[in-house]
Design a protein around this ligand. Structure first.
Ligand code: ZN
Length: 278
């Protein structure tokens, strides 16, 4: 079994500081959280950007600020979100990837219902985003909300827009898509190619059970306030607490936690190329 890769998703597009005051929103807050979570044991940070009013934005300048602040302080892997809650235009969703050439970016390979609207990802959009990632040297994390999205990701390989081994994130428990059950997680983990790697995310109260299952099944885990605002019922969480809990669980269960460089090896990432003047 590989060492455990912990991804922290600290912000997302939906949560607000009014719901949870620990939510990092400004570039500085996001970078500070990423740094502290890296110290605790996270090796990937999944990044969304917010504007000055705290609303989701796809502005590549904001992503660039976050990226610089994080990568100036630690070697955590930066995974840029190309999710569509901040806008559905494919070019806008790819802009930060094109500008920053991050090591990883998220790629949702299908459409589904969010609680409040339809999350549209037609093939034209999926292919556009995959091509942008390929051109940037960015490795996609395939965001899987429904089983058919796995086959869509494999189509990208046939089209030459993604390379194996693929990496997947199974997102369970979102209102409008696959429920968070052990059977569903097992099913998804068996559907992917044998050389692929996978992470699991559970939304809301499903974060702890889904990540605990992934931990013992040999998958990797994603925690953070994007997916879940609570440490336990009625008690708000910080991102740091959620990462700390995963590190503790992994230790108790005898699964070592991966450093960022170990995660790079497990996920077949190409480390960022730094020039002498940056
Ligand atoms: Zn996200």
């Amino acid at each position: 079994m590989d060492k455990l890769i912990i991804t922290v998703a600290p912000t997302g597009s939906v949560p607000t500081k009014a719901q949870n005051p620990y939510l990092p929103v400004t570039p500085q807050e996001i970078a500070d959280t990423a740094y502290r979570c890296w110290q605790i044991g996270a090796s990937i940070v999944h990044v969304h950007a917010r504007d000055d009013q705290g609303h989701p934005t796809l502005d590549p300048a904001v992503f660039a600020r976050i990226y610089e602040l994080i990568s100036g302080r630690c070697d955590i892997i930066v995974q840029i979100s190309t999710g569509g809650r901040a806008g559905m235009d494919p070019e806008a969703r790819a802009a930060a990837v094109r500008r920053l050439h991050p090591e990883m970016a998220s790629l949702t390979t299908g459409s589904m219902n969010f609680p409040d609207r339809v999350y549209e990802n037609p093939f034209s959009t999926i292919e556009y985003l995959a091509r942008a990632m390929k051109e940037a040297g960015t490795r996609p994390e395939m965001e899987i909300f429904e089983a058919g999205m796995i086959a869509n990701a494999q189509l990208l390989v046939e089209q030459g827009l993604a390379t194996e081994p693929l990496h997947f994130n199974f997102v369970l428990g979102s209102h409008g898509s696959l429920p968070a059950t052990p059977k569903n997680l097992l099913y998804l983990s068996e559907l992917i190619p044998s050389d692929a790697t996978w992470t699991a995310s559970g939304l809301g109260r499903w974060q702890l059970p889904v990540t605990a299952l992934a931990l013992v099944m040999g998958g990797h885990v994603r925690v953070g306030l994007e997916d879940n605002l609570y440490y336990r019922r009625g008690e708000l969480a910080s991102n740091e607490q959620l990462v700390e809990r995963m590190v503790r669980l992994a230790d108790e269960l005898g699964r070592p936690v991966a450093t960022p460089d170990e995660a790079r090896a497990i996920l077949h990432l190409t480390p960022p190329q730094h020039t002498s003047d940056d």
